[in-house]
Write a protein that binds this ligand. Structure first.
Ligand code: NAD
Ligand code: TYD
Length: 350
């Protein structure tokens, strides 16, 4: 089987490529990735020489390139990860989010429709459901109430993808996963940012009261779920993929500080994110029932493995934090710090 993976140089996409080539000898993978700030070929070093793997640098919005790739490679399956994936960046600069997440998804869907692709897995997020008051959990029929440009673009692309099943019978499946964590995670998201800052004794910026709840899913568990959906998912269906591990942010950060043996005084309250979702909560009953998938990695061991990886790969962190990252970091955190007066006089990371 040949799979076209988009965004395979990012955090989850690269884990999917590594895991799939390791576990499925019959699978060949073509990875189409633009290598934005979040794409990193170092993440794919373990498979770079594998004859079943090919990398193509390119933009999913580039119609001619995408069309040619479908003609040349004739993939039976598409697993579409490529996206602008960060809420804070989507708030600072929504335009690339719209381009890649909506226009790019449209371009791929059109090419897949023309090529009569047999399976199109659109990788999405629990953020499309918006903030959910306890004790409710979203199942796949829960209303979509996205709050940020990022989650709105994902909700839009989910609906577009599903419409290609309803209208054209392109065999689309949509997955909606909760917050992932694990090795190779770009240090702009909560867990890798807090680990890398803690290891360098830099302040850990907590948005607002830190009581926002996320459901944490180890990236390898997410990738196994996607493979289960590739193999067993039903056309036109949506599958939630949750980690069954809901924690307030402040508790996650405390655990990181304990494991890295760093003091709690590194935590700094900063101004909250605009439109910040208070709580995500998913029911993953459907994927469990239909495919037998369940998360296997407990948060405690997944977090310990992740922290060990960041400790052992500080050169990787240093490289991805150079250049563009510095601009983003100061744009996102500089005014927050000043307004709270919390981090003034301290190094703001990066
Ligand atoms: P990431 O930001 O780490 O990686 C995104 C990848 O897409 C990068 O390699 C980047 O170079 C590539 N890319 C971006 N724009 C592109 C374009 N126009 N053309 C080609 N390639 C492009 O993201 P991630 O965290 O690995 O997320 C992957 C997918 O999973 C996304 O669709 C995201 O919405 C979804 N998701 C993420 C999470 C999470 O917790 N990270 C949770 C649920 C769902
Ligand atoms: P993030 O990793 O950006 O994922 P998402 O917003 O997509 O869930 O953020 C996870 C939570 O951590 C979210 O409630 C925002 C919060 N957060 C902070 O408190 N400080 C930070 O510096 C970051 C990046 C996130």
């Amino acid at each position: 089987m040949k799979i076209l993976v988009t965004g395979g140089a990012g955090f989850i996409g690269s884990a999917f490529v590594r895991q799939t080539l390791r576990g499925k000898p019959e699978v060949h993978i073509v990875n189409l990735d633009k290598l934005t700030y979040a794409g990193n070929l170092e993440n794919l070093a373990p498979v770079a020489a594998d004859p079943r793997y090919r990398f193509v640098r390119g933009d999913i919005c580039d119609e001619a390139l995408v069309e040619r790739l479908f003609e040349d490679e004739k993939p039976e399956t598409v697993v579409h990860f490529a996206a602008e994936s960060h809420v804070d960046r989507s708030i600072l600069s929504p335009e690339p989010v719209f381009q890649t997440n909506l226009r790019g998804t449209f371009t791929l869907l059109e090419a897949a429709r023309r090529a009569r692709t047999r399976r199109f897995v659109h990788v999405s997020t629990d953020e499309v459901y918006g903030s959910i008051d306890p004790p409710a959990e979203a199942d796949e029929n829960f209303p979509l109430r996205p709050s940020s440009p990022y989650s709105a673009s994902k909700a839009g692309s989910d609906l577009l993808a599903l419409s290609y099943w309803t209208t054209y019978r392109l065999p689309v499946v949509v997955t909606r996963a909760s917050n992932n964590y694990g090795p190779y995670h770009f240090p702009e998201k909560l867990i890798p940012l807090m680990i890398s800052n803690a290891l360098e004794d830099k302040p850990l910026p907590i948005y607002g009261d830190g009581m926002q709840v996320r459901d944490w899913l180890f990236v390898e568990d997410h990738c196994r779920a996607i493979l289960a959906v590739v193999e067993q998912g039903r056309d036109g269906e949506i599958y939630n993929i949750g980690g069954n591990c809901s924690l307030p942010n402040i508790e996650v950060v405390r655990r990181i500080l304990r494991t890295t043996c760093k003091p709690e005084r590194l935590m700094k309250t900063v101004r909250d994110r605009p439109g910040h979702d208070r709580r995500y909560a998913l029911s993953s009953e459907k994927i469990r029932r239909e495919t037998g998938w369940t998360p296997l990695v407990e948060f405690e061991s997944g977090l310990a493995e992740t922290i060990a990886w960041y400790r052992d790969n500080q050169d990787w962190v240093r490289r991805v934090r150079s250049g563009e990252y510095q601009n983003y970091y100061s744009r996102n955190y500089h005014n927050r710090d000043r307004e709270m007066g919390a981090m003034s006089g301290e190094r703001a990371g990066g």
